[in-house]
Design a protein around this ligand. Structure first.
Ligand code: MN
Length: 240
């Protein structure tokens, strides 16, 4: 009996090796699990559920198969695929979660998050995040023709890459104050997130008690997963 957590696969047609590993993961590990949580950035870009991208179609079909096989799959938006909506949920049977989301794992209270919201030192990014998560902004976006959205996404990605390269490593990580705050506010034992691509297990000192922060890794060169069973959570690499 195991629950699996993954994030930051950044699937795209240009990186078929990641897609292949993910499809294999769905057929093997995930098929034997109790349920699967995908904590954001499953896709490198998502301009709308109407995108006829054939690579994404293959992934959607595989998720549908897993769900139909009786394995519940949960998805939380990342900063790349925040435009995933009800169409995707209907096609795949995947349930979309709010960020953050509290779950209980074998008696431990766990807060799930993509993690980008915790990077509060990146003020510019937080402004963009706020704008792009506004339902009105998203509705305006969805109303645009697909080809315009694809062009805009390509442009946004180019800019984001430039900005990432220009920012110091420090600012790209989570802010420790924001971490302690969200753990305290939600009264959890564990915070589990991705986004930073810095896999690890950390102790968070809250003064009166200690909590744990588990960070999932990206899937650029290998898989990264947290397997959680009755013995607790285990962060593991999956060789490609
Ligand atoms: Mn991210």
């Amino acid at each position: 009996m195991t629950t699996l957590f993954i994030s930051d696969l950044h699937l795209e047609a240009d990186r078929p090796d990641i897609g292949e590993q993910f499809l294999k993961f769905l057929k093997t590990d995930a098929s034997e699990a109790d349920d699967l949580y995908i904590l954001g950035d499953l896709f490198e870009a998502w301009v709308g559920d109407d995108d006829p991208n054939t690579h994404y179609f293959t992934i959607k079909r595989a998720l549908r198969k897993l769900v139909d096989g009786g394995i519940p799959v949960y998805f939380m938006h990342g900063n790349r695929d925040f435009m995933i909506g009800g169409g995707f949920a209907n096609e795949t049977g995947v349930k979309i979660l709010k960020d953050p989301c509290k779950v209980s794992m074998y008696g431990q209270k766990v807060l799930l998050s993509h993690g980008d919201k915790l990077c509060t030192d990146d003020v510019q990014y937080q402004k963009i995040r706020k704008m792009t998560r506004d339902p009105e902004w998203q509705a305006t976006m969805r109303a645009k023709p697909l080809k315009d959205r694809l062009r805009m996404a390509a442009e946004a990605r180019r800019q984001s890459l430039e900005q990432t390269l220009n920012l110091s490593m420090n600012i790209m990580d989570v802010n420790q104050k924001a971490v302690a705050e969200v753990i305290r506010k939600n009264n959890v034992d564990v915070l589990l997130h991705g986004h930073t691509h810095r896999p690890g297990v950390h102790t968070v000192d809250l003064g009166n008690r200690k909590a744990k922060r588990i960070v999932l890794g990206d899937w650029y060169t290998q898989g990264s997963v947290v397997r959680w069973d009755s013995r607790g959570p285990k962060l593991e690499k999956i060789p490609r």
